[in-house]
Design a protein around this ligand. Structure first.
Ligand code: KG4
Ligand code: ZN
Length: 367
C-alpha cells in the first residue's frame, strides 16, 4: 500500500510517501519503506516574531505545498498512490485547513480515499519508523507510558494497545516546548527555543547541575535556583508557566552587561533545561511505576533533547531496569509526515471516499 501523507499542523510543511508491506493480517508485522520525506521549514520566517504567526504560517503552507508535493513525488519516482493521509488536529486551525484542503484536491483529482490522522498519535508512532515491525520488539511493549512533548502539548498517555489511549496527565498551562521557546526569547536566543537552549546549555562550563538542582560543589556563578513546578504533586500533571515567569524576573534583575554576557545566558540555559527535564522525568517514572508499564515511549519535538533522552535512560536503568525505552530517531521527533503515514496505515480502516466532511479539529484529543 502506498500512502502519501501530509502534515501542516504548525510551521513545517511536510509531505512523505511510504510504501507499506504487510505479509500477514497482523498490522504489527508491517514494514514501512520511506520513498520520500520532505520537510519545508518556515523557521526563518517566524524567527523575527519569536514564535509561530498562524496567518503567516497558513500563507506559507499554501505557497509551499505544491512545491513540496512535486519534490516528494519526484523523489519517490512517482509511484501509484493508494491513499492520502492528512493531519486533522491538534494544531493551528488555519494551518490544518491548508493541509486538509490540499489533501481533498489531491483525493478528488486522483480518486483516492483520505485517512484523517491525529498529530499526537503520530508523534508516538514516530518510534516505529524503520524499526517497525513492532512484533520484532524484544517483548510486549503494552501497557506503555508515552511522554509526548511538543510546542503545543505536554501529555502523559497510557497506551494499552494500538488505538487504545488514555491521557493520564497533561500541562495545566504552557507546554514544555512553549517554555523552551518563551524562556529562550527572554534570554535573547532564537526561535525555536528548544534547540537554541540545548546548544547554549551544552557550552556552559560553569555549573554542575544534577537532578533537582545544583550539586553542593556546583561552580555556578549566578546563584539562581529555578522552580520545578508540580514536581511533587501526586498526579501526573505539569505546569510550566511559573518557570517562565521565574526566568523573566531573574533576567530583569540583572544588569545589561550581565544579560548580554554569553556566560550568563549559557548558565541560565542549562538551568532552564534541567528544570524542565527534572519535572518530565520525575512524572514519567512515577506514571510508569504506578501503571506497571512495560515500556516508556517518547514523542514530540522536545524529545529531540539529548539531555532529556540521556537522563531519562539513566533513571530508568536505575529505577525500573526491566522496562523498554523507546525513543524516535532525532529526525522524527519534530514534525514530519513519515509519522503521519505510519499512523494512517494503522488507521487505514478509517479511510474514507466520503472525505468531504473531514474538517480541522484544532483541539483534537487522543482517545
Ligand atoms: O513536535 P514539534 O516539532 O511541533 C509541535 O507539534 O509543536 O515540537 C516543536 C517544539 C518547539 O517548542 C521546540 O522548541 C521544541 O519542540 N524542540 C526542542 C528541541 N528541538 C525542538 N526542545 C528541546 N530540545 C530540543 N533539542
Ligand atoms: Zn508536533
Amino acid at each position: 500500500m502506498i500512502i502519501l501523507a501530509i502534515d501542516t499542523s504548525c510551521d513545517d510543511t511536510c509531505i512523505s510517501i511510504l510504501n507499506v508491506k504487510c505479509q500477514s493480517s497482523n498490522v504489527k508485522n508491517a514494514k514501512f519503506e520511506i520513498l520520500s520525506n520532505v520537510v519545508s521549514s518556515q523557521v526563518k520566517i517566524h524567527q523575527k516574531y519569536g514564535g509561530v504567526y498562524p496567518s503567516l504560517a497558513k500563507r506559507e503552507h499554501q505557497k509551499n505545498l505544491p512545491v513540496v508535493l512535486k519534490k516528494a513525488l519526484n523523489k519517490a519516482k512517482k509511484p501509484k498512490i493508494d491513499a492520502v493521509a492528512v493531519t486533522i488536529g491538534p494544531g493551528l486551525e488555519p494551518c490544518l485547513w491548508t493541509g486538509i484542503n490540499f489533501a481533498k484536491d489531491l483525493a478528488q483529482q486522483r480518486n483516492l480515499p483520505i485517512i484523517p490522522v491525529n498529530h499526537m498519535e503520530a508523534h508516538i508512532f514516530a518510534n516505529f519508523v524503520g524499526k517497525c515491525q513492532m512484533s520484532k520488539l524484544k517483548c510486549q511493549i503494552f501497557p506503555a507510558v508515552c511522554l509526548v512533548v511538543s510546542g503545543g502539548h505536554t501529555q502523559l498517555i497510557l497506551m494499552n494497545d494500538i488505538g487504545k489511549y488514555k491521557i493520564i496527565g497533561e500541562t495545566r498551562d504552557d507546554a514544555a516546548g512553549e517554555c523552551f521557546d518563551k524562556t529562550a526569547r527572554v534570554l535573547g536566543l532564537p526561535y525555536p527555543g528548544g534547540p537554541a537552549i540545548a546548544a547554549a546549555a551544552a557550552k556552559c562550563r560553569n555549573v554542575e547541575i544534577g537532578p533537582y538542582g545544583e550539586s553542593p560543589e556546583a561552580t555556578a556563578k549566578y546563584r539562581t535556583k529555578l522552580p520545578r513546578p508540580m514536581i511533587n504533586s501526586k498526579d501526573y500533571d505539569f505546569s510550566f508557566s511559573g518557570l517562565k515567569t521565574a526566568v523573566l524576573y531573574e533576567f530583569k534583575k540583572r544588569s545589561k552587561k550581565v544579560r548580554a554576557s554569553k556566560e550568563y545566558v549559557r548558565e541560565m540555559a542549562k538551568k532552564i533545561q534541567q528544570a524542565i527535564i527534572d519535572v518530565l522525568i520525575k512524572k514519567t517514572i512515577k506514571a510508569a511505576k504506578d501503571c506497571k508499564a512495560k515500556s516508556i515511549v517518547l514523542g514530540g519535538g522536545v524529545t529531540a533533547n539529548n539531555e532529556l533522552r540521556k537522563q531519562l535512560k539513566e533513571k530508568i536503568k536505575k529505577e525500573i531496569p526491566n522496562i523498554q525505552y523507546l525513543t524516535p530517531n532525532i529526525q522524527f521527533c519534530t514534525d514530519n509526515a513519515v509519522m503521519i503515514g505510519i499512523t494512517a496505515y494503522f488507521r487505514r480502516k478509517e479511510a474514507s471516499k466520503n472525505w468531504q466532511k473531514i474538517k480541522a479539529e484544532a483541539n483534537l484529543r487522543i482517545s
